[in-house]
Structure formats: C-alpha cells, structure tokens
Design a protein around this ligand. Structure first.
Ligand code: FEO
Ligand code: CA
Ligand code: CA
Ligand code: CA
Length: 673
C-alpha cells in the first residue's frame, strides 16, 4: 500500500497451499459459493437439473464447460448501469463438453454411444450445451444467486442465427445452403475466452471449432486444385479427419449433415452443399448481453483462427481502438486489430451498441506480431498491399475477405513469430501494457525436428527435464509475455513477465522467476486485470503439474516491461554446439508480487474471471471438474474423479458439473487485498 492505513495492502491474504482435494479452497477470510452449474434452468417452467443423464431442454439450461465470462451491470430498471455492484448480467462461454469416444457421457443416462452412428437425441443435447449463456444475478443479504426465470436470460448455441459482419460478409467462401448470400451463419462454437467492449457488449472467441467437422478421405481429389485444400490443411482438417462427436451421423437434417464438410448437393435444389460450412466458424463474435433480440455478429475483420480471447487497449478519444488476440495452438501467433474509426467517448454509452460495434470492429487493420531478439517487436499488417502477402506462392489471396478467413496463411507469409500457444491477453489499466499467457508447447526445442519450433527470445525455454518425474519435452510449464506499445509507429518493446515452474526446479534454467511453494504454477491460461485493485489474476490449465496440485488462480502485482533486466539461457545442442538465448525478463516473484489465491477441484481448469466494479466480488469458472473420469466409471460415483459441486451440497446427482462460483471477502473488502 502507499502508507495510507485506509488502503488495504494488495495480496494481504495468506497464500492457499497447493492441493489435490476435491473442492475449492480460498484464503482464510474469504467465501466461495456455487452460483450456476451445468444444466441449471434458465427459463421459467424448466425443471431443476436431475444430473443423471435424463435431463432435456439443454438449450434452456446452463451449458457445459463454463469458460470466459464478463459482468454487465444492471440498474433497478433492468437496463445497463455500469455502476451497479449488486445486480447484473453474467455472460459466459460454454466451450465444450467432456467426452470420451465421441459421446459426452455425463449428459446421457447410459453414457451414450461410443461408436457411429450417433442417435439424434444424444447429438441434440451435445450441441445444445455449447455456446453462451447470459444470466441475471443479484446479491441479497450478502449472498449471490441467479434468477432462473429472468426474462433477461438467454442462450446462444451452435444452431442460433448469427450475422456475418466485416470484410468477409458476402464472400464466396461463406456461401452455404443456410446462407446463399454468405451473410449469415448458424451458431457459435467452442467459445473459449471473452472480451468486453468499451461500449458494453460481449465478445466471445471461437477456438477449437475445426474438430467438430469431418472430412472424407478422398476430399482433396474431390475439391480438385481448389485452394480450399491448402486452407483446410492449415486449419486442422486434413482429409480423412474424423469429427470429435460424430454429430454428422445424427440424421438427415441439415443440423447434422452440416458437420460433414465433404458433403455436396444430393437434394433436388442442389444446394445442400456443406463444403464451406467450416468457414463460418473461427471468429470473434459480438453479442449484446442486454438485448437478446439483437442478432449476434461475427466480426470477421478480427481474423479467423483459434481465437482465445479479445482484450481492448485503453480507449482514448481521437485515437483508434485496438484489440489484442491470441491464436491458441502450438506455434501460432499473436494478433492486433486497429480500427480505422477514431474513438468518440460518446460511443461508450450509445443506445445502439451493435452499431458501435459496426463502426469500430468491421473496418480496420489486422496485424500479426514479430518478436525480435533485442526485446523489440513489430506489428506486421496483414493486407494485400503487403507485397509479401500478395506474392505468397503457397496460397494466392484474392482479397481482404480471403485474408479475414485464412488469416493464419497470411501470417505465415510474413514470417510472424511462432509462440508457445497464446491463450488469454489482458491490458494493465495502470500503464496500458499488454499481457499474454503462453500456456505451454511440447514442440519447442533446442534441436527442432520436423514440425517443431526453434527457441527464440520470446519463447526461450525448452528442456527435456523441466518436469522432474515425467521428463516432458519442450516448455510444459509455459510463461507470460508482455508488450509495451508506442515505442515506434508499428513497434513495441516486450519481455517475459513470468515463467511457470515448480518451486523446486533449477533456478538458473527452469524456475527463472524464483517461484516458491506459495506461488508456483504451470500452464497459465486465463488472465485478467482488476480495474478496482489493479491486481493481475492468472488462471491455470495444467497437465504437467496436476500430480502436485489441481489447477489454480493466482493474484499478481505487475511491474513493467524490462524491469528485471536480461537473462541468458544456455543450451548445448545434440551436435555439441552451444546456443545462448538472451531474453528480457520481469523481476523475480516475491511474496508481495505473486500469491496463490484459489485451488479448484480435481480434473478442473480454472477459467473465466469477472468482477463487480467495486472489486468486492469476483466470479470464476470451474471448468470440467472430473474430466478424466472415463465413461466406463459412469455407473459408480465412487469412481468419479470428482463429485464437485454435489460434494458441497449443490444440486442433485453426483456427476461433476462445470460451474460458476462467486467469491466475497467476509469483511466486505475488495478481493485480493
Ligand atoms: Fe479454450 Fe486455449 O483455451
Ligand atoms: Ca484457455
Ligand atoms: Ca488451455
Ligand atoms: Ca479446458
């Protein structure tokens, strides 16, 4: 603190120990309670969730795998009020559903089919648990609850009509049976992280959408020399790829057949051609959480890739609006969208919020990041005006729509920096610096083979012994980078803010941020700055460290780019030669700058972070507890990996459920103080 006794010290709580317990632990003096779990009713007349696989109407209930989440305040009139602290809407993503051998077994009484074809009834339920939820919540007598029958509640699913907006609207690659004009698409899918616009709308990021589509083993030849084959290969759908759930086998209706992107017209009108279906997924989608009647819009100007989330730079009147985004796959890139329109402060409170979105998100420039070895970086514009893109031999771009849809190929053309899986980004309100989690990358190597990624200054760690027992390759623990804009017109400065590691790991090669048992973590993923306290909240989604602790939430007090000087990481390659990587780094962590705040139940990821504007409540999502249970154990609750949240008295049945929790401080103070 600044010496003022009225201002509580940040990170004044006692660190929460690492834990393998099947529950949520928070510091002494805090309370975490379950607010909204998979299957909870969202409309009046919908029955309580039985949680035994017999529930239906899943498009009127909470979806599965709660992920990114944002708070939107409500006044007494039920309308937007940015100052509200005890009534609001929570908008959240439902990314996926726990599955094994096709079926999402927790959703079906008998676990569902493990081979094709899938039954329509099972497919319908699995489709319906994807998408987004908006729920009304309120605090009464110190306790948060949601309103199951609120008229403000709504769901979007992979079947909801969504408009295409921005440069790709109406282009040939988006023409489908559903939309012969290429102007709409059906649904949003694999909604991962989020963003909140400065004008009060919700952004949802479509991440691993490609895995839901199947492509026949002979599709390359069927498509001839069409460049779509290059694009499909780049976007994770080589011919012969099977779909995650086999939804394409659910029946003859379009809502099933669309998942087979090799299927072409067999009907009389010849229009049941699904070859472009997948091009309608992979975008940032804008939703007005205050108006469920308003059609959501896919903002194609922000590019198409494995979108993790979207973070706005601080808006300044008369300056462009910028949005930072990561593409979460191994070796993928970091992007920035910059509006052509200049920010007008009046737009923050405009009545027609989607029109403001049209203004700032449909017309602008898209850039990809190149990280240089000297601690500087360059934003490279992805446009046909760039001769490297116009002349790219591997893929001939036709126009701006083509770049908006096949963004990864344009970024390949300009030699962007391949990162260790860019997950969430967040902007430090104190100084505008942009933080990205780089969760892990098993393909990073000092001796890169085919398909692997060479070390560079921004992705400087790869050891075969980072995890002492399991000898995981590459960078299994991940790190966070941060960028300082404005160093030059298209340039930035950067450093590695923190390195994930086990506390006991070698501090010269692996535990480079000197983490202790009170703060060690692995695989950072979710990321948010509190506007109330300035605390940087870091969430984990780990595989390398879950033998030691379930996933967690940490609170950090961030410094600034370059405050830790430089470190040299020395490698000996297999041919005996030396490789020194010099990288700018943040300060080592201390008890005042990084502390574990929460550990979740077994098998979960901690994700989604939202706060009330007074900083006195935070909302966090517990995603897929018990995800390693396995369909064979469905009949015996004793064998479930997790029974959370039923083991804390929430809801019927013992099947584990993704859920939102609300965390308050017992003395009514701000969270993290
Ligand atoms: Fe949905 Fe990259 O996490
Ligand atoms: Ca994530
Ligand atoms: Ca992750
Ligand atoms: Ca997950």
């Amino acid at each position: 603190s600044n010496g003022d006794p009225q201002v509580p010290k940040l990170l004044g709580f006692d660190a929460v120990p690492k834990s393998l317990a099947d529950g949520v632990s928070v510091p002494a003096g805090y309370t975490a309670s379950v607010l909204f779990a998979l299957g909870d009713p969202m409309a009046s007349g919908v029955a309580a969730y039985r949680n035994d696989g017999t529930d239906t109407d899943l498009d009127q209930r909470a979806g599965d795998h709660h992920d990114g989440m944002e708070w939107f305040g409500l006044g007494a009139d039920g309308k937007r009020n940015d100052n509200a602290t005890e009534r609001g809407l929570l908008a959240m993503n439902h990314e996926a559903t726990t599955n094994e051998k096709l079926s999402s077994y927790f959703l079906h009484a008998d676990g569902g089919a493990s081979s094709l074809p899938r039954a329509a009834g099972e497919v319908d339920k699995e489709i319906d648990v994807h998408g987004i939820s908006v729920i009304e919540i309120a605090k009464s007598a110190g306790k948060w609850s949601y309103a199951p029958g609120s008229a403000l509640n709504f769901r979007l699913t992979p079947l909801s009509p969504i408009e295409i907006a921005g440069p790709a609207r109406g282009c040939a690659q988006l023409i489908t049976k559903y939309s012969p004009e290429g102007s709409t698409t059906r649904g949003t899918l694999n909604n991962c992280g989020t963003g909140k616009t400065p004008w009060g709308t919700y952004l949802t990021a479509e991440e691993n959408w490609f895995g839901y589509f199947t492509r026949s083993a002979t599709d390359d030849a069927a498509r001839g020399k069409d460049k779509s084959v290059t694009a499909l290969n780049r976007y994770g759908r080589k011919q012969g790829a099977a779909s995650r759930h086999g939804w394409e086998t659910g029946g003859t209706d379009d809502k099933y057949q669309r998942w087979d992107i090799s299927r072409t017209g067999s009907s009389e009108d010849g229009r049941d051609d699904y070859r472009n279906e997948m091009n309608g997924m992979g975008f940032i989608v804008e939703i007005d959480p205050y108006d469920k009647a308003r059609t959501a819009r896919k903002r194609t100007g922000l590019g198409r890739f494995g979108h993790e989330s979207a973070a706005f730079g601080k808006v300044i009147a008369g300056q462009p609006v910028s949005v930072y985004m990561g593409d979460d796959s191994r070796g993928e890139y970091i992007y920035k969208f910059v509006s052509n329109a200049l920010w007008s402060a009046a737009d923050a409170n405009a009545a027609d919020r989607m029109a403001v979105g049209n203004k700032y998100l449909d017309d602008g420039k898209l850039y990809v990041a190149r990280f240089n070895a000297d601690g500087t970086g360059t934003w490279v514009e992805l446009a046909l005006g760039n001769s490297t893109i116009a002349g790219y031999a591997s893929y001939r771009f036709a126009d701006a729509a083509d770049i908006a849809i096949n963004t990864r190929l344009a970024a390949d053309a300009v030699g962007a920096t391949r990162m260790d899986r860019p997950e969430w980004s967040a902007v430090n309100p104190a100084n505008g610096e942009v933080y990205f989690t780089l969760t892990n990358n098993k393909d990073r190597s000092a001796n890169p083979g085919s398909g692997q990624h060479a070390l560079d200054a921004a992705n400087p760690r790869a050891y075969t012994d980072m995890k002492g027992t399991s000898k995981q390759e590459g960078n299994p623990n991940g790190h966070l980078v941060r960028l300082k804009e404005g160093v030059s017109v298209t340039g930035f400065a950067w450093d590695v803010y923190l390195f994930g590691a086990e506390a006991g790991a070698d501090k010269t090669r692996i535990n480079l941020s000197a983490l202790t048992d009170d703060q060690d973590f692995s695989s950072p993923d979710g990321l948010a700055f509190s506007k109330a306290t300035g605390i940087c909240w870091i969430e984990t989604d780990d595989n390398a460290y879950t033998d030691v602790s379930n996933c967690m939430l940490l609170a950090a007090v961030a410094g600034q780019v370059g405050d830790g000087g430089k470190k040299t990481l020395s490698y000996t390659k297999t041919d005996g030669s030396k490789l020194d990587i010099v990288t700018p780094v943040g300060k080592p962590a201390t008890a005042d700058t990084l502390k574990r705040f929460l550990v979740g139940p077994k098998g979960c990821e901690i994700t989604g972070w939202a706060e009330t504007p007074d900083g006195k409540t935070i909302f966090v999502n517990i995603q897929h507890p018990g995800e390693d249970t396995g369909a064979a154990n469905l009949t015996d609750p004793a064998k479930y990996q997790s029974q959370w949240p039923s083991n804390v008295g929430y809801g019927a049945g013992k099947r584990p459920r993704s859920a939102t929790i609300a965390i308050t401080k017992n003395d009514g103070g701000r969270i993290g103080t």
